[in-house]
Design a protein around this ligand. Sequence first.
Ligand code: ATP
Length: 300
Amino acid sequence: LIAFLLYLFYLVPPIGQLVQGGVQLQQGLAAMKRIKEIEELPAEPVSVAAPRDGRPAGVRFEDVVFRYGDDRPLVHDGVSFEVPPGGLTALVGPSGAGKSTVFGLLERFYDHQSGTILVDGRDIRDWPLAELRAALGYVEQDAPVLAGTLRENLLFAAKDATEEELRAAIARTRLDDLVARLPEGLETPVGHRGVLLSGGERQRVAIARALLRKPRLLLLDEATSQLDAVNELRLREVVAEVARETTVLVIAHRLSTVTGADRIVVMEGGGVRAVGTHDELVGGDELYRELAATQFLVSG
Ligand code: ATP
């Protein structure tokens, strides 16, 4: 018996440690899973508690010069353009023209080397960073769906939004049909562990998520994925509607977006080569005509 008790005495602590180790391992795996889920989150600034001024903000680039590093070529070599508050402005141009860089500079992911960038008439270097980012809604290209329910996806960066605001954002982004179609409505898990959403639905979910943060300027890098006719139409309606309430700056990949834009900024070779409406540019800018004929999938 003594031998048995001694055996237990020596054996039990290791068993206890093993059990504890197992729990720790499980906790570690759960944490890794959470980190993976966090990694899947879009690079969106988190909402701040400061009271919001919801007025649409204008943007102005004045002779902006930017390169990603001292040994890198200039991406912006004197970029100037103006986006008045409200309405839809589209950025177009060949690949590498520096369109996404405009968004990166506005968000201050990078700092320009010279020139001035104004948001709402104020130099972005004078804005407190959190305030600037709270004023901007950024919808990235082919935005990912987060792990979780559709409700969690929409409220990710606006936890304090009311049910009414949530419903309004769903209506504005034409997601009512999706909510009605999902087995558990808003509580349905979506993404790779739930119901898969189409490219058009994903982009509209991302827009709704950004709108719930009440941005003063929405930066939209349009999805390049092909959309069916219904989704194409819905996206166009959504962008037009949002542009009635806030400023929308979109990197456009679709002809339907540029034809509906109030103004189009054509970027090329480190600068802005033309600004105008679709009709003006088709008549007056050769590169735009070419882009419209190729990039936007229409004949010239
Ligand atoms: P696309 O339509 O292909 O997205 P774009 O007009 O948006 O092109 P940018 O993405 O702004 O162009 O890129 C402009 C230039 O800067 C390209 O030559 C690109 O390789 C380079 N570039 C972009 N991002 C970075 C980065 N993070 N680090 C270094 N160089 C970069």
